[in-house]
Design a protein around this ligand. Structure first.
Ligand code: OTU
Length: 650
């Protein structure tokens, strides 16, 4: 252990012993073992960011006190879960894992409503449920991402007790609860913001505040505008205090100032509070933005990583059953760094959204070419072995074309033009496009824009239904299943944006609500229509035509351990319309081939023999033997899941 770390621990130990009196000797031993294991790292990371701060040791003590207290307060069942997870730290790589995400109010009214839907979650086989932010918020809240209290539930959704109850019920049903930690900013109605507005200087130090535009102007030269249409600029003037406040997102979302160790310390308390109500996956919102430095873009700075690593080390002591999921929708090189790099691999976030895969799935669907997708995944899918991607097709946010320019250029594509094409395609402005999407936050200077719309509408179902064209409907359904087949089989946690399983179309009624009107992301945040859901078992209905095959894909994943782990090898298929990869697990593999075009595609199957596959493989989808000695013709949007081991059909 670092000499300084050892010394501070020795000094602090007697102060914490009395707090630990509240728990058994066995628990005290476990606590000190974890301190031995993780405190040096926590100390190191905190030194790295706050070491020069005059009151470092004062803050260190407060931070550790929070950790000790959270450990003591942690309920017994969660202590038991901690032990379970410590014995199996890559539990989330299991083929049993399937994620779902929904809004509490839109899906089931309130938290108790969500609890009543557990049978539905189980029917889909979910083992992970992300509930969109359900905290106390102001009237305008960016869909819950402007939090006024991390310890209070929005009263219209229920109480904190309902939430604790739900977390337990989910856990008893094998479902891990995931919640957001909106830690880059609070709402302007958070107690800290209110105190700052009242003139309390200590709390003004929690945020970024400037007396005039001089410094904000200097920062803004290098900043990206996140919402250029609805919330231009990154600073907001507040008359009450005659100050300019840093607001990366909306004016009512105030960026926290992590340069101040008191902010780190306070937010650790909020984080561990959530851990102790039973959150198993904490979605770290907007990670790129938490550290700011003049003259930089103030995104993805090294200190942002160190801060998350410090949080991680402290959580390992108090609540090791809680994983961090990174939400960084940025250049793929930067996305990957949130897993931790080099010696720190796996010490930051163990989970991360995979926005590159998501965006390129849609890219391949538009172009009918898998070239860019294949190329990017060959180079970028591999991550530290103790981590996992969260693979998804749609979530509550817009689709940004955040693939790497270099990847496109390596394939002789012009990235700028390509993004222009994709935006035209997904807003239906490209001739022959099947998609019905909306352009989001178009920036006339950079000509940058993102896309909104539900999976089904973007995949062509809305237009097909309107045209009443059965062939087009058929193709649209095939596209939905194709995209989901990839995220279910590719390795990592597949995440279903609930509603997609019923082929939910865009809902334009957000335009009638003045709190939603200027944010078209609401077009793909529809109400869960339980009458439509009731049709899901009928294979004649649109709902059934997506739900039943999707559910089957999930079952196949669950029944075959080969889908465990994250060892995926992307391969050339010899056909630019066909995506190929082999997912390996313990000496077996499953070869996935997916046709991204609406035409038949021919494959020379013999080429796949070089990967050590037997001459006869078995397609888990069609349940038939496929001979790798013969060419194969894939039907429009067909995908094969070929196991290397030939298994007898059921
Ligand atoms: C996130 O998204 C949330 O998912 C959004 O719903 C919120 O509005 C936002 O944070 C503020 O809390 O820019 O367009 O690289 O891309 O954090 C969505 C990360 C966003 C950002 C992402 C942000």
């Amino acid at each position: 252990m670092h000499r300084k770390a050892r010394k501070s621990l020795e000094r602090l130990r007697p102060r914490f012993e009395p707090i630990l009196e509240a728990v058994s000797q066995e628990k005290r031993d476990i606590f000190w073992q974890r301190m031995e294991a993780h405190f040096p790292r926590a100390f190191d990371r905190l030194m790295e960011v706050y070491g020069n701060y005059y009151s470092f040791f004062y803050h260190l003590e407060a931070i550790l006190r929070t950790v000790v207290q959270a450990y003591v307060d942690r309920p017994d069942d969660l202590h038991a879960l901690d032990a379970e997870r410590e014995a199996n730290p890559t539990w989330f790589q299991s083929n049993q894992m399937v994620g779902g995400v929904c809004y509490v109010d839109l899906f089931a009214g309130d938290i108790r409503g969500i609890q009543s839907k557990i049978p539905y979650f189980k029917e889909l086989g979910l083992t992970y449920l992300h509930l969109m932010p359900l905290y106390k918020v102001p009237e305008q809240s960016d869909g819950g991402y402007a939090v006024s209290s991390y310890r209070e539930v929005n009263p219209s959704l229920g109480t904190i007790d309902d939430l604790i109850h739900l977390a337990k019920a989910l856990r008893q049903n094998g479902i891990s609860l995931a919640l957001d930690f909106v830690f880059n900013h609070t709402s302007d109605e958070h107690e800290w913001a209110l105190r700052a507005l009242a003139g309390d200087e200590d709390y003004q130090e929690y945020f970024w505040m400037f007396p005039d535009r001089t410094i904000p102007d200097q920062y803004e030269k290098h900043l990206r505008e996140i919402f250029p249409e609805q919330a231009p600029g990154s600073f907001t003037y507040r008359r009450e205090i005659d100050r300019w406040v840093w607001t990366t997102f909306n004016p009512f979302q105030w960026d926290l100032r992590y340069r101040n160790p008191a902010v780190f310390s306070a937010m650790l308390g909020e984080m561990l509070f959530l851990a102790n109500i039973g959150v198993e996956v904490l979605r770290l919102d907007a990670v790129p933005f938490i550290w700011k430095e003049m003259g930089t873009s103030c995104e993805n700075l090294p200190e942002a990583h160190v801060i998350i690593q410090a949080f991680n080390a402290l959580v390992q002591i108090a609540a090791p059953a809680m994983e961090f999921k990174s939400e960084a929708i940025v250049h793929p090189d930067e996305v990957e760094k949130y897993f931790g790099q080099g010696e720190r691999a796996g010490q930051e976030c163990t989970l991360s959204y995979n926005p590159t895969l998501m965006a390129l799935l849609w890219e391949a669907l538009a172009t009918r070419q898998v070239t860019l997708l294949q190329y990017a995944m060959m180079n970028r899918f591999r991550i530290p072995e103790t981590c996992a991607w969260v693979n998804y097709v749609r979530v509550h946010d817009d689709i940004g074309w955040s693939f790497a320019d270099e990847d496109a250029q390596a394939l002789w594509m012009n990235p700028f033009d390509h993004r222009q094409f994709l935006n035209r395609f997904y807003t239906g402005r490209f001739e022959g496009s099947f998609a019905r999407g909306l352009l989001f936050n178009y920036n006339p200077t950079t000509k940058d824009g993102r896309i909104n719309g539900t999976c089904a509408s973007l995949a062509g179902l809305e237009a097909a239904v309107e045209a009443g064209d059965h062939q087009l409907i058929d193709l649209a359904i095939k596209r939905i299943l194709l995209l989901y087949s990839v995220v279910i089989s590719v390795g990592g946690i597949p995440l279903i944006y609930l509603g997609d399983e019923l082929a939910t179309l865009n809902d334009y009624r957000y335009r009638e609500d003045e709190n939603k009107l200027d944010d078209s992301r609401w077009v793909h945040r529809p109400f869960m229509d339980w009458e439509r859901a009731a049709q899901r078992h009928d294979p004649q209905t649109l709902e059934g035509r997506v739900f039943l095959p999707l559910k089957r894909l999930l079952e196949i994943r669950r029944d075959h351990p080969v889908f465990s782990g994250i060892n995926t090898q992307f391969i050339e298929t010899g056909n630019p319309h066909v995506l190929g990869y082999i997912h390996w697990h313990e000496m077996t593999g499953v070869l996935i081939l997916a046709n991204f075009s609406e035409y038949e595609q021919h494959l020379e199957m013999a080429r796949f023999r070089v990967y050590g596959l037997k001459s006869q493989v078995y397609d888990l989808i069609k349940q038939e033997v496929v001979n790798l000695g013969r060419p194969y013709t894939l039907q429009p949007y067909q995908f094969l899941w070929l196991t290397a081991k030939v298994e007898a059909p059921q």
